[in-house]
Design a protein around this ligand. Structure first.
Ligand code: GDG
Length: 726
């Protein structure tokens, strides 16, 4: 039975060495509970680091066996690896960059090398476990390279990837020396999930800027696969928090805290120690609240729980010191014998104490500078059994996209935070309940289980769609049949070859894509075969084709069917055509060239083309859409056609295309064998015109095509053509 393998840096169990030997404890956290429902089922498995450095093989085996009983498989990492891969590249390069703290990022080659090595280690561990039918779900920024590594080893595997932190603007990503490797790494997945639509948009823009791959409706077309990208806001295990909040243990803790605090009202703040969480800024805002509204002194305390985290990374140690200092200063300034302005805890608490705090607090202050989602905000909501309480939430947390009934603030606007705290403290109960009810309904519905389900269903659907869209690969068996048919064919044998993207790869400057000697020799040899006509069928102008290949005994269809030439004869027009329209439309294209740096016009005898391959990717796309609607307006009710190609927009006479031209060759030669190869939308016209038994081949995979078969790139095309010579 197919299994699901979950892969993350840490396992949901923490192994620790104590005086009594090794202990195995479940680690808390949203991911562990959310995916708990999956990995414990059937033979499913969770693969990750167990959290300690093993001493010897015996210890390794012991841990492996213990974890196997609970559907887990460990990846053992050395101290050096944790230092360079985890504290280094993951937490000192990726984490700050992805949270818009580029100034804190370091760029160390040794850290990167370890990141690659550890991702490879994870890859081996997954491959050792994964069967061909299994689904692999990779998590988070520590494993960005893993999807591509897995894809190389298992081209057919179902691979999902989810990023738990923000994906920043491509401006930030560009700063990373290893930016393309990282993006390519992620693109190994079939489905890539983010918390918000905004992160997804940033990712698409990075892919388009750095790799030039186009995307439509969340579908990225890489040269050989299509990858789906979508937003899946992560939820919490709502029932677990609501039940814990209602438990006797929680009630007992609450009563104890209430007694100690007497009448003091509580504003709650809970975070891992991290500079992205805006803890110092939050303290400054609380200080200002006490200055601006002295009536709250003695009445309100900020209960601040900071959970120790990453203290091996220098910035975190410095942050801890900064927080300690600010808390000390504020408390020293305002404290009275019976009141503490800030109740500060630097440790982790058991779940029932946490939910007691959630229930006790009237206000939750969640003000990160950046946060992928922020689960604390959702847990506070789930724990509010009496439906009272106010959430103050940073607009830069992913959760703000869903929780619009919170008081949303900009965390750097300290005045706004102060006013939000004041407003929250005086908010009428009725309004609190209205807002809380709405948020509870949402958090309850989109919980961690629905999140998991949505992601897994989408992954299965993506995989299924890939299969239905893809033409059949030109496998060795099909190739064998093709060659047999080629040799056995009676009468003429016709080979129709598109040029750019089929025989040669794309070049930023189209005039630089001339054929090399190897390609010319190959085409000559093919056309020298008996009863074989080789037709170059291209959108290019006839002069270029003539200059590059005109001396060879080939047939030509140029300008998408406007100009035709049989070997040894002269060029002639498909039919008499007008080109006086160019005078009117050229100025329109010139306007777009002026407004789009890098774009240019190509003028052919009977068509005009606007190229934007060299323009900024986003701007090019934007202008292309504008130009398309501009031109459709200008060419309405004429015999002109506006056509969109690969980073080009072309205006030409309607009714003439590669297909109508190719049909003439079919009619004239009545071939006993046809092979047609092409890579873009204009070649679909050729495929449509071909007889059913023709071998039609689309170059580039994962796109919908009328062709029967599919090859990955011009390299494979040439390999196939060489086989015809054998
Ligand atoms: C990353 C992203 C994204 C905290 N203190 C205690 C405790 N916690 C638990 C909370 C919550 C979790 O830790 C923290 O989750 P967050 O979402 O707030 O933040 P990150 O750890 O930075 O998580 C984040 C998340 O991944 C999921 O995708 O939301 O944006 O940065 O569950 O309850 N739990 C216990 N005691 C504590 O003292 N038991």
């Amino acid at each position: 039975m197919p299994r699901t393998l979950i892969v993350s840096n840490r396992l949901p169990t923490k192994v620790q060495r104590t005086d009594d030997g090794l202990t195995f404890q479940p680690s808390e956290g949203g991911l562990a509970t959310g995916l708990g429902s999956i990995y414990r089922q059937d033979d499913n498995l969770w693969i990750g680091w167990p959290g300690l450095f093993v001493q010897d093989e015996a210890e390794e085996n012991h841990i492996r066996t213990e974890l196997a009983d609970d559907n887990m498989a460990p990846v053992f990492l050395t101290e050096d690896e944790i230092h360079n891969f985890y504290e280094g590249f993951s937490n000192s390069t990726l984490w700050p960059t992805f949270h818009y703290f580029s100034e804190l990022a370091t760029y160390e080659q040794t850290h990167w090398d370890a990141y690659v090595t550890v991702n490879e280690k994870f890859c081996e561990a997954v491959l050792a476990q994964a069967g061909p039918e299994d689904t692999i779900w990779v998590h988070d920024y520590q494993l960005l390279l893993l999807p591509e590594m897995l894809r190389k080893a298992r081209p057919e595997a179902s691979i999902g990837f989810f990023l738990h932190i923000p994906f920043p603007s491509q401006e930030l990503i560009r700063v990373l020396p290893w930016r393309t490797e990282l993006i390519r790494g992620m693109l190994g997945a079939d489905l890539i999930g983010f918390h918000t639509f905004g992160y997804m948009r940033h990712f698409l823009s990075a892919v388009s800027h750095l790799l030039g791959y186009p995307a439509q409706n969340g579908q990225i077309e890489t040269p050989n696969r299509s990858v789906r990208v979508d937003a899946f806001p992560m939820g919490i295990d709502y029932g677990r928090y609501a039940e814990a909040a209602a438990s006797e243990a929680t009630a007992a803790h609450m009563a104890e805290y209430r007694e100690a605090l007497r009448e003091t009202r509580v504003i709650l703040s809970i975070d891992r120690l991290d500079y992205t969480k805006g803890i110092a800024q939050r303290l400054k805002a609380f200080d200002l609240l006490l200055q601006r509204y002295p009536e709250w002194r003695g009445q309100v305390s900020l209960l601040m729980l900071v959970v120790p985290s990453r203290d091996q990374v220098a910035q975190y140690a410095a942050l801890k010191e900064e927080i300690d200092n600010i808390v000390g200063r504020i408390n020293a300034q305002y404290r009275t014998i019976s009141w503490n302005p800030i109740l500060y805890f630097y440790r982790s608490l058991p779940l029932e104490e946490l939910t007691a705090l959630y229930r006790l607090a009237e206000v939750a202050l969640v003000t990160p500078m950046r946060d992928g989602m922020n689960l604390v905000a959702k847990e506070f909501i789930a724990s509010k059994l009496d439906q009272r309480g106010v959430l103050i939430l940073s607009e830069r947390a992913g959760a703000a996209r869903e929780l619009s009934d919170a008081i949303l603030i900009n965390p750097t606007d300290v005045n706004q935070v102060v006013e939000a705290m004041h407003d929250a403290l005086v908010m009428p109960e009725e309004e609190q309940t209205t807002r809380m009810k709405a948020m509870q309904a949402l958090v309850k519905r989109y919980n961690v289980f629905s999140w998991t389900r949505l992601f897994m269903n989408q992954l299965a659907y993506t995989k299924m769609k890939q299969h239905t869209l893809e033409a059949e690969q030109l496998t060795p068996t099909v190739t064998k049949q093709l060659l047999a048919d080629f040799h056995a064919a009676e009468g003429e044998r016709l080979i129709l070859l598109d040029y750019d993207g089929t025989l040669v790869g794309f070049h930023p400057n189209p005039q630089r894509a001339q054929p090399g000697e190897e390609l010319r020799l190959l085409l000559r040899a093919l056309s020298d075969l008996p009863h074989t006509r080789v037709v170059i069928i291209s959108g290019r102008d006839r002069d270029t084709l003539q200059n590059w290949l005109g001396d060879l005994p080939l047939d030509f269809i140029a300008e998408h069917g406007v100009w035709l030439r049989s070997a040894g004869e002269d060029w002639h027009l498909f039919q008499p055509l007008r080109n006086d329209w160019k005078r009117e439309l050229r100025p329109v294209l010139e306007l777009y060239v002026a407004r789009t740096t890098g774009s240019f016009i190509e003028e052919k005898d009977y068509s005009l083309v606007w190229h934007y391959r060299r323009a900024d990717a986003d701007l090019g796309q934007e202008r292309a859409r504008e130009l398309l609607s501009h031109l459709s307006f200008m060419t309405a009710n004429t015999d002109l056609q506006v056509m969109e190609g690969n980073k080009v927009i072309e205006i030409k006479n309607a009714g003439i295309n590669k297909g109508t031209a190719a049909a003439r060759w079919l009619a004239q030669y009545q071939p006993g064998f046809v092979l047609a190869l092409g890579d873009d939308r204009t070649d679909e016209d050729t495929f449509r015109a071909m007889p059913e038994e023709a071998y039609t081949v689309r170059v580039g995979t994962g796109v919908r095509s009328l062709a029967r078969f599919n090859l990955a790139s011009p390299i494979e095309v040439r390999q196939l053509l060489r086989k015809l010579l054998a």
